[in-house]
Design a binder for this molecule. Sequence first.
Ligand SMILES: [Zn+2]
Length: 127
Amino acid sequence: MSCDPTTRIFPDVWKSTFFRRALSETGKDYYECPICKKRFDYTQLGCLCGDHIWPYSLMGETSKKNYQLLCGACNVRKKDFVNNEVREVLGDGSFRKMVFNHITEHIDKVNIPHGMRLEDYVSLRSI
Ligand SMILES: [Zn+2]
C-alpha cells in the first residue's frame, strides 16, 4: 500500500507492516527504537510512532523510504531534527537553512501534481 507522498500523516497500517518486517529482518522478537534503543514487543506497538526520517517540514516526503518507527518519547523530542547521519552532512546552522531556502525557492509545492513523488518532481526540474 502506498500513499500520497505530499500528505503529512503516514497510513496507520504501515506501523505493523514495518514492525513485522523489522523483526523478520533482524531475527529478534522485539523492535528497538533506532534512537534510544529501547525495546518494544508487538503488544507495545501503540507506543511507537511513524516518523519522517527526512523531516516533512524540509520537504521530506511521506513514503516508505522516508519512514521509521520511533518510540513516542523520541518522536516528541525529535520534532524537525534529522538523523545523526543526515545531520552530519546538513549541520544545524546556516548550511541547513541554506538547503531549506534552496529547496523551498526552487520547488513551488503547490504546483507538484497530486500524488507525484517529490523526488520525481525534483529530478524533472533538475535543480
Ligand atoms: Zn526512542
